[in-house]
Ligand binder design. Structure first.
Ligand code: UD1
Ligand code: UDP
Length: 371
């Protein structure tokens, strides 16, 4: 029996986390030959994901360079992928999400007329500059895609509105929930002593993350200033901030938070301690895409520090709120959640608009039935 050759391509932390469940299902599927190629647009942040899920890439383009520009990432990924695709000759190339690796991967496959499957297709904010450049990456990838794996009905509708044929769109759920089920453990004990020491019961611990390109500069400064003032006003609040490796984010954070003893800036956590931390905190404040999906599933209110989101489902379900990036609004919305227990209760509901943990199986079924 000739196997279906599926090559997965990914490069950053969130792509790794969301692609891992698919790779794990394909590894067990005898009808599929599973080939993994990483661009390594991220290095340390991706390597921890590969270790956790025990994935050994067949090809590692190792393109990461500190301070890399979008153009550099695109050129290095495109060139490296051309050679790998020519060698492997896959029947299908799978990409996940909206990063520059995703767009480059799809373009490299398209140039060689290789079929493309796009995991997490159809998310739209409606603004090409927010998230930037991800909104464009996702749309550009869609144009070249043969199989659109839409996580939700909302994303399917976006694709239909843009004229993609119904038979090419498959609602699968988001594999982020598959990964989350793998990672969350009861009575999880952290390696980092601080995380075991925090009083999650009597204090209100806020989990903060921020890295979006469009927030770097004034918006990020505003957000961090609001957080400083929140911890000053609320004596029982502490903040944990696993900080992105991006030096531009670090400069702003260290500048604004200085040595605030109630804002704990720590190195990026591995996925397992990170998600287990999320399951223990009071609220999440973030501009991350993935966290907007994970927090609702864990019943954690999430304040989204962005002007637009391509993930409206959490907001419609009531667990997420878009609070923008201006100081007054960010301060006000965090303050409300901390002061008003009714508001808090309204948002602290475990809802799962993003999937049931079986997205990877659905995606692999579609591949087997279609190719
Ligand atoms: C990229 C993705 C974004 C995703 C984010 C996840 C694009 C355009 N953007 O963000 O969609 O949400 O990753 O985190 O593809 N760095 C390291 N080591 C690492 C990773 C990053 O040192 O393992 C530092 C480097 O200095 C690097 C900087 O972080 O230059 C930013 O990395 P980059 O991949 O360019 O991140 P973003 O584009 O901000
Ligand atoms: N994450 C992690 N360690 C951290 C911060 C985030 O493992 O210190 C995980 C998180 O659980 C989520 C993903 O990384 O699955 C989100 O990545 P990021 O916020 O970098 O990217 P985005 O989702 O915004 O594209």
């Amino acid at each position: 029996m000739k196997k279906i050759k599926v090559m997965t391509v990914f490069g950053t932390r969130p792509e790794g986390i969301k692609m891992a469940p698919i790779i794990k299902v394909m590894e067990k599927e005898e009808k599929i030959e599973n080939i993994v190629c990483i661009t390594a647009q991220h290095r340390e942040m991706l390597d921890q994901v590969l270790n956790l899920f025990d994935i050994e890439p067949d090809y590692d383009l190792n393109i990461f360079k500190p301070g890399q520009s979008l153009t550099e990432i695109t050129i290095r990924a495109l060139k490296g992928l051309e050679e790998v695709i020519q060698k492997v000759k896959p029947d299908l190339l799978l990409v996940q999400g909206d990063t520059t690796t995703v767009f480059s991967g799809a373009l490299a496959a398209f140039y060689q007329k290789v079929k493309i499957g796009h995991v997490e297709a159809g998310l739209r904010s409606g603004n090409l500059y927010s998230p930037y450049p991800e909104e464009a990456n996702r749309k550009l990838t869609g144009i070249m895609t043969d199989f659109h794996f839409a996580p939700t009905e909302e994303s399917r509708k976006n694709l239909l509105r843009e004229g993609y044929p119904e038979e090419k769109i498959f609602i699968t759920g988001n594999t982020v929930i598959d990964a989350l089920k793998y990672a969350i453990k009861e009575d999880y004990s952290f390696q980092l002593p601080l995380l075991n020491k925090l009083d999650y019961e009597n204090n209100k611990v806020i989990l903060l993350t921020s890295h979006r390109r469009e927030n770097i500069g004034k918006p990020m400064e505003n957000i961090f200033n609001a957080i400083n003032d929140i911890v000053e006003k609320h004596q029982d609040v502490e903040v944990v901030f696993p900080i992105h490796l991006n030096p531009k984010v670090r400069e702003i954070a260290y500048g604004v938070f200085k040595d605030n003893p109630k804002v704990h800036i720590i190195e990026p956590l591995d996925y397992e301690p990170f998600t287990n931390l999320m399951s223990k905190v009071h609220i999440v404040v973030t501009d991350s895409g993935g966290l907007q999906e994970e927090a609702p599933s864990l019943g954690k209110p999430v304040l989204v520090i962005r002007e637009e989101t391509e993930r409206p489902e959490g907001i419609e379900a009531g667990t997420a709120k878009l609070v923008g990036t201006n100081y007054e609004n960010v301060f006000k919305e965090i303050d409300i959640l901390l002061s008003n227990s009714e508001e808090y209760k309204k948002m602290a509901n475990a809802v799962n608009p993003y999937g049931d943990g079986k997205a990877a199986e659905r995606i692999v079924d579609v591949i087997i039935n279609s190719l």
